[in-house]
Design a protein around this ligand. Structure first.
Ligand SMILES: Cc1cc2nc3c(=O)[nH]c(=O)nc-3n(C[C@H](O)[C@H](O)[C@H](O)COP(=O)(O)OP(=O)(O)OC[C@H]3O[C@@H](n4cnc5c(N)ncnc54)[C@H](O)[C@@H]3O)c2cc1C
Length: 311
């Protein structure tokens, strides 16, 4: 039976360590428990919200009036070149399993915290690759509580976007197919893949020191296909990577580095990294984000969009 806890602090449920309290909270380990928790929310007549690794969220300072459901499902099964994974499995575990078997496609995502569900919602990625490249299909609960499988195409993946960001679907599990776009048998060399992941983790650790209270990159990079010629003319072309302008570059151009508001600080070494230096408040984060967006708009006529999810 699912155990419902009351009046829980939100701080330790996210890597940013920000937030007030939530009225009701529970953890679910499988579909049965998830369905039970949804029935409980109905009975309590309160909305529900989903959380997983909490590595891409900003919780509010006030009381969150909902049942917050943490997805902790953890089954992982490998069949030839496919992996069937529950939404609550950590991305790290899947990458390690794939690398060990020489399944190529996720090795550059090593070091991204969080779960498979969270990674699919935001189409997480790094170093020119994103999770959508290996997703074959996703099983989810739709708004009426029915289970459905959706194909990669129907996930509507784009840069840091998916259908799951726009609709109240709950991801249950996914099938990853490591053959897509890869050599005929989909297999690489395990040692080579593990080395790539290890090296990337090493590089990432320089930016994200262990224990750093942050939600990863705050804003999305900007697709050049989505901006005006006038804006593009203002950009140093050497800064464009894979058709995107790093949000960090735009923010650094408006002197974001080192800016501070209460306990929230923009890292001295990266303009797109919001850090909780201790006791940071969601209100400060939102205010600082608003100030920076307006500065970038004024200088480049570009609207920065948040990559993080406000609750
Ligand atoms: C240090 C650090 C580095 C990072 N680096 C990167 C990076 O390089 N690239 C990148 O893309 N991201 C990066 N991130 C952001 C984050 O790790 C990813 O977005 C991650 O995939 C989020 O997964 P999560 O389980 O933590 O999701 P959460 O933060 O728990 O949730 C994110 C959103 O997804 C929803 N959600 C989660 N699970 C489900 C589910 N099963 N069904 C429906 N909705 C669900 C939540 O409601 C929420 O809206 C970084 C974060 C940190 C802290």
């Amino acid at each position: 039976m699912v155990k419902i806890k009351k009046n829980i602090s939100l701080k330790n449920l996210s890597t940013f360590k920000i937030g007030g309290r939530v009225r009701f909270f529970c953890e679910v380990r499988n579909d049965k428990e998830l369905l039970e928790s949804l029935r409980m929310a109905k009975k309590l007549r309160i909305p529900y919200k989903i959380i997983a690794g909490g590595s891409n969220v900003v919780f509010p300072d006030k009381i969150l009036n909902c049942l917050l459901i943490k997805i902790k499902s953890n089954r992982l099964k490998i069949i030839k070149n496919k992996i069937i994974i529950d939404a609550g499995v950590s991305l790290l575990r899947v990458i390690a399993a794939a690398n060990r078997r020489g399944l190529r496609g996720l090795e550059t995502l090593a070091g991204i915290p969080g779960t498979i569900g969270g990674a699919i919602v935001g189409n997480a990625g790094a170093y020119g690759h994103s999770i959508s490249e290996v997703v074959e299909r996703v099983e989810m609960l739709n708004e009426t509580g029915d289970k459905r499988w959706v194909t990669n195409r129907n996930c509507k993946f784009e840069y840091r976007e998916s259908v799951f960001k726009k609709k109240p679907y709950i991801i249950l599990r996914a099938v990853f197919n490591f053959q897509k776009g890869l050599p005929a048998d989909g297999r690489g060399n395990p040692e080579k893949l593990q080395k790539i992941s290890r090296n990337i983790i090493k590089i990432r650790l320089k930016k994200y020191k262990p224990g750093l209270r942050c939600p990863g990159s705050f804003f999305k990079n900007v697709l050049i296909s989505g901006i005006s010629k006038k804006s593009l003319a203002l950009i140093d072309k050497n800064k464009i990577i894979d058709g995107k302008i790093p949000a960090g570059y735009l923010l650094e151009e408006v002197s974001a580095k080192g800016m501070k508001l209460g306990g929230t600080k923009i890292a001295d070494f990266h303009g797109n990294l919001f850090v909780n230096t201790g006791g940071a408040k969601a209100a400060e984060v939102e205010r600082l984000a608003k100030i920076l967006k307006s500065k970038v708009q004024k200088k480049f006529h570009i609207n920065l969009e948040e990559e993080i999810h406000y609750f």
